[in-house]
Design a protein around this ligand. Structure first.
Ligand SMILES: Cc1cc2nc3c(=O)[nH]c(=O)nc-3n(C[C@H](O)[C@H](O)[C@H](O)COP(=O)(O)OP(=O)(O)OC[C@H]3O[C@@H](n4cnc5c(N)ncnc54)[C@H](O)[C@@H]3O)c2cc1C
Length: 402
């Protein structure tokens, strides 16, 4: 059935990537985004292993590489700025701590949006207020007042997904706080930062600076432990206050970086949390990316999971002739082991930063960790959906790898 109508909530990474593939396989796609504009900001995200292959199949390798940060690697430093350790982009064949394809989250979102905006309907500044599904479709009322019917509705609306809450239950049931908070924002590069990221760590807290394409700017990064987290994720002023309090007295360049907290054009702070669910679909409603299975920034793979998940979800739904039960089931079976490996890595990283933990920390040099890492980067098969191209609205021949 071509012309299947799909509504996606969220236009960050997972949403536009899914829109790309659904459109290619012949669906009519609408994306509703709560923010009035495409959201800028966030720190650099990496494309490793299978994710790179998905980007290539999307035909976006060139656009993504053109928008990359060009970081050379990272140095950890002491309080006086002396280099302690160095990680290069060339480590582990480009799939290391700083990967070969590293792009600011906002820039990747822009590439994905630009790629789909002419073929997909985007509705900014609105959100789903009400959904009711029956055997044949889903009735949706948007907060702006419009009412429409879709065949499928997909939540790509992130860690705090409202669609997940509406269709599956309250967030407390699925969101697991890993005991840390991360913050990122843009600052002027008054620190002489070149192509190397800098990070200073002390007793579970860290501060860092990341170079970006525009050499006059840098992205500040902070992390601190927090047993609980009750700051509203939409209340930026409260988040800034929390960051000031928790990084008070921290060494290195921290006071100078914090001095820019009120003149930054963007600010992102959130708990390091995972989403763990038994199922990512209910009838005609499905979840993707952080909304379904956030692995948290501590995995370094949230973007990969969103891009790979978008490829598989669209491919499996289209392969199933848009039958939700069959399509959602196949997508979930293929994705789960890959997601679980990434969630496990994030939990280990969170534990290694926990200064109150007893016993030895995880051994990141061990063979079992290397094996886990391999599953987290490459542990998912990407079927060749080339035959679906006949139904698609764009020519998919160049997109599907041999
Ligand atoms: C502004 C921003 C900055 C980020 N910075 C970082 C970072 O520095 N490091 C990191 O590891 N991860 C960051 N993330 C998260 C990262 O993008 C994701 O982990 C990953 O890329 C998976 O993306 P996603 O599309 O599933 O979810 P997200 O990137 O979280 O996107 C969810 C989207 O849904 C929108 N939305 C939310 N509620 C609704 C609603 N009710 N209706 C419609 N739309 C809704 C949001 O505005 C957002 O655009 C950031 C996300 C955002 C939105």
């Amino acid at each position: 059935m071509s012309g299947t109508k799909v509504l996606i909530a969220g236009a960050s990474i997972a949403g536009p990537a899914l829109a790309h593939w659904l459109d290619r396989w012949g669906a009519e796609v609408t994306v509703v985004e709560r923010s009035p504009v495409l959201r800028p900001g966030g720190q650099a995200v990496d494309a490793r292993g299978v994710t790179r292959e998905v980007v290539r199949r999307m035909g976006l390798d060139g656009a993504v590489r053109a928008a990359c940060t060009f970081a050379a690697g990272a140095h950890t430093v002491d309080a006086d700025g002396n280099v302690l350790e160095t990680f290069s982009v060339e480590d582990d064949g480009g799939d290391g701590f700083i990967s070969e394809i590293e792009i600011l989250r906002g820039d990747l979102s822009r590439v994905l949006y630009d790629d789909t905006r002419d073929r997909v309907e985007y509705v900014f500044g609105d959100r789903i207020a009400e959904i009711t599904q029956d055997a044949d479709g889903v009735d949706v009322t948007l907060a702006g007042g419009s009412r429409r019917r879709f065949d499928l509705v997909i939540g790509a609306d992130g860690l705090h997904s409202a669609l997940r809450a509406a269709a599956f239950g309250p967030r407390e049931r699925f969101v697991r706080h890993l005991g840390h908070v991360l913050a990122f924002y843009t600052v002027p590069n008054e620190f002489g930062l070149d192509q190397w990221m800098l990070e200073y760590q002390e007793a579970g807290r860290s501060a860092g600076l990341r170079p970006i394409r525009d050499a006059s700017l840098a992205v500040a990064m902070f992390s601190f432990p927090a047993v609980d987290f009750d700051v509203d994720y939409r209340d930026i002023e409260a988040q800034k206050q929390l960051l000031r309090e928790r990084m008070d007295g921290f060494g290195w360049l921290t006071p100078r970086i914090l001095a820019h907290i009120d003149d930054t054009p963007d600010f992102y702070l959130d708990q390091v949390a995972q989403v763990v669910m038994d199922r990512w679909s209910s009838g005609r409603v499905g979840l993707l990316g952080d909304a379904a299975c956030s692995s948290s920034p501590m995995s370094g793979q949230g973007t990969g999971i969103a891009l790979v998940g978008a490829y598989l979800l669209a491919g499996e739904l289209a392969s199933a002739g848009w039958d939700p039960a069959t399509g959602f089931d196949a997508y979930e079976r293929k994705m789960r082991p890959y997601v679980e490996a990434n969630q496990e890595i994030a939990r280990l990283h969170a534990r290694s930063r926990d200064v109150t933990a007893h016993g030895p920390g995880p051994d990141f040099e061990s063979e079992w960790f290397a094996e886990l890492l391999e599953r987290a980067i490459n542990g998912v098969r990407l079927p060749d959906y080339a035959d679906l191209a006949d139904a698609g609205s764009t020519d998919a021949t160049e997109a599907v790898a041999p």
